[in-house]
Design a protein around this ligand. Structure first.
Ligand code: MEV
Length: 310
């Protein structure tokens, strides 16, 4: 039997980069997924890959080395002794900023688990997916793979002393619409995370003040989300974007997308994920606003994806 696995795409509503340093973040999975089929085949230990995922032009080429390492790490972690054929697919558009690599790692781990009848639970699958993530991010916080494995809204906090991370499921009243705007640029997480570290070392006072401000924003965001106060949530997303600009992880295209979506009526907008390319997220409750904001993005020549969170 062919093993099948799924990993959710994710957006980070609050906390990219800050979570690397142990601050709490709020990721949410969305409906689009990466799927993996894994089949034992004759031959030496290793794998053959067929990658049928839809992707931003250039994404697969730029990320090739990272993906080869990601798959090897997942297979090694799961101690797979045989050769496997891996076929990737699904409706998650592979691009920077939607957790494409994490959803890929999670889907492969799940499919391997099925094919080799390993009986691993979500926690173990999450550890395998995290191992895959280290290929791209160097020192990943674990937020992407956790969102890809568990789905839904989460409060996530990396345990920087090495123990178990905080993973808390947040239930919201009802799902709401968002639009993702694609800058069309691919960013390398390891590089951008490394640059934030350099900046933090070079200008500790300024950067630590931004981190402090983020903590306040996230505290309020958590409450707004639980109360389903989407106007407030949007304002806090705007603030979070400014803080991300402060740590230099935005770029011209993402800032333009944020401005365009705000002008079209989005409640809030920010970059999501690594930054310096990849995606931004606009909060657009209701189909009408969602359509309007997506059209405004497209009118500027960028690709827009409409989806819901929750
Ligand atoms: C990438 O989606 C999120 C980052 O915070 C890296 C990480 O948490 O590992 C930039």
């Amino acid at each position: 039997m062919v093993g099948g696995g799924k990993g959710f795409g994710k957006t980070i509503l609050f906390g990219e980069h800050f979570v690397v340093y142990g601050l709490e973040g709020i990721p949410c999975a969305f409906a689009q997924v990466t799927t993996a089929e894994v089949k034992k085949i004759p031959g030496e230990k290793g794998y053959d890959l067929v990658d049928n995922r839809p992707a931003t032009p250039g994404y697969k080429e730029e990320k090739k080395g990272e993906y080869l390492a990601l798959i090897s790490r997942v297979l090694e972690y799961m101690q797979i002794p045989s050769r496997v054929q891996i076929t990737l697919g699904g409706d998650l558009y592979a691009a920077s900023g939607v957790g494409a690599s994490a959803s890929c790692a999670a889907s492969i781990a799940r499919a391997v688990n099925d094919e080799f009848k390993m009986g691993w639970d979500d926690e173990q699958i999450n550890k395998a997916a995290f191992e895959g993530e280290t290929a791209g991010s160097g020192t990943p916080s674990g937020i992407d793979n956790t969102a890809a494995v568990y789905g839904g809204f989460l409060l996530f906090k990396k345990n920087i002393s090495g123990g178990a991370n905080k993973i808390e499921i947040v239930k919201i009243k009802k799902p709401f619409e968002i639009v993702l705007g694609n800058s069309g640029k691919t960013a390398l997480t390891k590089e951008v995370v490394g640059d934030v570290k350099k900046l933090k070392d070079a200008e500790p006072d300024r950067i630590n003040a931004i981190f402090k401000e983020y903590e306040q924003v996230e505290e309020e965001a958590k409450l707004a989300l639980k109360k389903y106060d989407l106007k407030k949530l949007g304002q806090l997303m705007d603030k979070n974007h400014k803080l991300l600009q402060g740590i230099t992880v935005s770029c011209k295209e993402l800032d333009e997308l944020v401005a365009v979506t705000k002008a079209a009526g989005a409640y809030g907008a920010k970059l999501t994920g690594t930054g310096r390319g990849g995606m931004m997220i606009a909060l657009t409750p209701g189909k009408e606003l969602q359509d309007k904001v997506a059209k405004a993005i497209e009118a500027k020549g960028y690709a827009a994806t409409k989806t819901t969170l929750g």
